[in-house]
Write a protein that binds this ligand. Sequence first.
Ligand SMILES: Cc1ncc(COP(=O)(O)O)c(C=O)c1O
Length: 392
Amino acid sequence: MGSVQDIEDRYSTGVYAKRGVTIVRGKDCRLWDADGTEYIDCASGMGVASIGHAHPRVAETLAQQAETLITCPELFYNDRRAALLEKLADVTPSGLDRIFLCNSGAEAIEGALKFARASTGRNGVVAATRGYHGRTLGALAATWDPKHREVVRLLPEGYRHVPYDKLAALEEALDDDTAAVLLEVVQGEGGVRPASAEYLQGAQALCRHLGVLLIIDEVQTGFGRTGRFFGCDHYGLEPDILTMAKAMAGGLPMGAFAISDRVGPIARGLHSSTFGGNPLACAVSASVIDILQEQKLPQRAAEMGRYFADGLHALGAPQVRDVRGLGLMIGVELKEKVAPHLRGLMERGVLALAAGATVLRFLPPLTISRDEVDTVLAHVAGVLGVEGVRQS
Ligand SMILES: Cc1ncc(COP(=O)(O)O)c(C=O)c1O
């Protein structure tokens, strides 16, 4: 038998560029590789492990629900699903009271786009440059980066991209056939770029005025990441559709989209998913929401995010062009490629992400401590060759 890495390289499709480390265990903000080396996790499984790894309540809920009932399609009612739907209706912005449960971010986007088209009878979708919405065909058509889109010759039609955070460009792009505008409140993969309040609120007003549905993609920003439960909450946004996934079930694959009563009427049979709304994921997601609320993790993300971003600014590294983000969704735009710095951080025991070629992205669990942030800052200082600044 070969090594873990040999086997994965031999039998997986090869679409992922993997880092040469085999992660085998996690606890809160820490991960360990097969050799026992410890890392501070500033990737969170790409923004998933917001409550930290191996949370005991999640483990307990999982075990209990696995012994009770794992699968139950939406042909039938289920207690765990009902409990989660009620909680989701409560935590989402006002008016988003009906929810379709599915299994990933891209699936949530596909469903949102389909509902928007079916509801309006229109075809057009306007998305933003640098927007990222997933890799299935509809989501990919809405994703901006040509390097992702050009590998597929025929994508669904009717998609346009307009410059992000430019209201006049958005207004110009909307016409009688526009079903939906699809936006992130902070572009994640596109370089950690927050939009202005004027843009997001203006986009909402425009959409309402023209009968276009506003879909806000909170797959990355949702569940406390930005310092509020949803990114929309910073701006008082009440979109027509909100998509979510990633942190929603503490690492179990789960996605959802919530719709307002401006979407509809919804025909029976319009959409479905075998695994969507399964009791296991629903039970865990309900626990995750409880943990986020009880431990006030969105507020913590706001505080620790400020501390982290201030610390990055204070490094004063000459290679840094910009530090930006919201809560614990932080991007450091460099004047040079980020890949060697990511490797350097990994060698020093910090796992982080890229957001494009030149942006270093930090998405730690929302439970990260000040000491851990200080350690990460010291290592960032180390890889950038500047002296670390210890914050008080
Ligand atoms: C904003 C946003 N939307 C959609 C997706 C796609 O989610 P998934 O990878 O679960 O399909 C992502 C993934 O990074 C994302 O960041």
